[in-house]
Write a protein that binds this ligand. Structure first.
Ligand SMILES: *[C@@H]1O[C@H](CO)[C@@H](O)[C@H](O)[C@H]1NC(C)=O
Ligand SMILES: *[C@@H]1O[C@H](CO)[C@@H](O)[C@H](O)[C@H]1NC(C)=O
Length: 481
């Protein structure tokens, strides 16, 4: 059914010479760029020599003869509902096409048939239908200057005012310039789905995600479960940080790295896990520490032991004081004392005075449990007391005897001294420069004795000239002689 090639060629010749002996069709404009879904008016006028009568006018997009004629667009089911001829049968061939789609992009021709001849306005009017696409940089960093463009595949014929949407909400601040949206110093809040449209048209571009990168923002670590943590519990720490791209998380206990990942799980917590924890969020734009959280792991008493306090009372044998120590969190406040193989407690409190011998142990309690110590053997009572008293008595008697002996010896020495002085007084040849003189005690000198000594004194210089003692009595000496 295709038209023979020479006929098509002939029609093309006709088209090139659109004014030919009074025959002609002109389209104004000859190129139309229309937005998808809009209504397009293709303005058109035609002329023909006088004396001809118009039999039929129609628009076609196919210069291929079918059933003896080019196909009439108004018979095409894809167009029939949308096409409206606004012209007449004299000179106006304007047509309107509504709800244009991308598939409508084509060249369209006006053709008219007179009683004697036929004419096609070639080349026709070119219709380009475009949709809108937002063009945006894929990744931008906070503080960058960003421009989004609302792109169409051809320059829209109608003057267009662009409208922008973020997350389907129209942007009230008008920061657009032609088909560009300028975001000076982009903020993290500018992240979102952007789309654009043209004022007065229903077509809206597909959304484009603008991804604003930023370094990790503040706050925080959450502990699950919240509340009291007891040894053996499973505890989960969750690092909540806001950043783009998502941050890499490291966990610190004190200054030491203990884990990584948003969630840090301690499956069977022990008291050694107590301490201050914080997380550090790192992305390529920066890093940030969270505030520290404290894990305080509670545990029942352990390492319970009894120590014997060496109080003075022990030596008297009346009682022995025992002290119970334990390691627990919170510290144990309740202690019970038991005598081995007896069911009921014999005392309470951290220390306990044992008044009788036996094997004793203590039991420490806190709200998380209790534990008992090993038993210690305590020996109290008279037997022990007697031994102590006996020891003290023996020691006292020994000391007493020693004192008596010492006193006796001193007394004896005194008697010897007295007899020596007596001998001296009775011997005139006695030389006072010899040891005896210096050994005299002042309180033993009677005035008589002193006089005796004075009269004897000058003698050494005469009696012992030339001896070393002479030099001691030099003329410069202040010693009275
Ligand atoms: C042709 O008809 C259209 C629609 O009625 C009108 O807008 C246009 O002005 C007419 N053109 C001329 C040249 O008369
Ligand atoms: C307590 O009982 C145990 C076991 O019945 C026994 O071996 C131990 O000697 C007893 N201790 C005292 C102090 O009676």
């Amino acid at each position: 059914m295709a038209a023979p090639l020479p006929l098509v060629f002939l029609l093309m010749i006709h088209g090139v010479c659109s004014q030919w002996g009074g025959w002609g069709v002109s389209y104004s404009p000859s190129h139309i760029c229309a937005l998808k879904d809009s209504t397009v008016i293709m303005r058109c006028t035609y002329t023909y020599p006088t004396g001809y009568q118009i039999m039929k006018v129609f628009w076609t997009k196919t210069l291929v003869i079918d059933h003896g004629e080019f196909p009439d667009l108004s018979n095409d089911p894809e167009y029939s509902q949308r096409l409206q001829y606004l012209g007449d049968k004299q000179q106006n061939c304007t047509v309107r096409l509504s709800h244009v789609t991308l598939k409508d992009s084509h060249m369209y021709y006006f053709r008219f048939i007179t009683d004697k001849d036929k004419w096609t306005g070639y080349p026709g009017v070119t219709l380009n239908v475009t949709d809108l696409q937002v063009e945006s940089p894929e990744r931008v960093t906070e503080g960058d200057s960003v421009s989004l463009t609302c792109k169409s595949s051809c320059a829209l014929t109608d003057r267009a005012t662009f409208i922008w949407y973020r997350n389907s909400q129209p942007l009230t601040e008008r920061r657009d310039r032609n088909n560009e949206l300028l975001l000076q110093s982009v903020r993290r809040e500018d992240s979102g789905r952007y789309s654009c449209a043209v004022d007065g048209h229903t077509h809206v571009s597909p959304d484009v995600q603008l991804n604003v990168m930023y370094s990790p923002r503040s706050v925080s670590v959450s502990i699950s479960p919240s509340g009291v943590i007891v040894e053996g519990d499973s505890v989960t720490l969750n690092c909540i940080s806001d950043s783009n791209p998502p941050a890499e998380i490291r966990w610190f206990k004190g200054g030491t790295i203990v884990g990584s990942g948003r969630i840090f799980n301690i499956s069977k917590i022990s008291s050694e896990d107590s301490g201050e924890y914080k997380c550090k969020s790192i992305n390529k734009h920066g890093e940030k520490y969270s505030d520290a959280v404290t894990l305080n792991v509670m545990y029942p008493p352990r390492s319970v032991s009894v120590s014997i306090i060496q109080s003075g009372q022990i030596w008297l044998g009346d009682s022995v004081t025992l002290n119970c120590t334990s390691d627990s969190n919170p510290p144990a406040l309740n202690f019970s004392w038991f005598k081995e193989n007896e069911t009921s407690a014999v005392g309470s409190g951290q220390s306990f005075s044992a008044l009788q011998s036996g094997r004793f142990y203590c039991q420490a309690h806190n709200q998380h449990g209790s534990q008992r110590s090993d038993a210690v053997t305590v020996t109290v009572g008279r037997t022990a007391g007697w031994l102590v008293w006996l020891g003290i008595t023996v020691a006292c008697v020994g000391i007493f005897i020693i004192i008596i002996i010492v006193l006796y010896k001193i007394q004896k020495k005194r008697i010897n001294c007295r007899s020596a002085i007596h001998e001296y007084e009775n011997d005139p040849r006695t030389d006072p420069s010899e040891g005896t003189y210096t050994s005299l005690e002042l309180n033993t000198r009677s005035s008589d004795l002193y006089n005796t000594l004075t009269t004897v004194q000058p003698r050494p210089a005469v009696h012992q000239s030339g001896s070393s003692e002479y030099e001691n009595v030099s003329p410069h000496s202040n010693t009275p002689r």
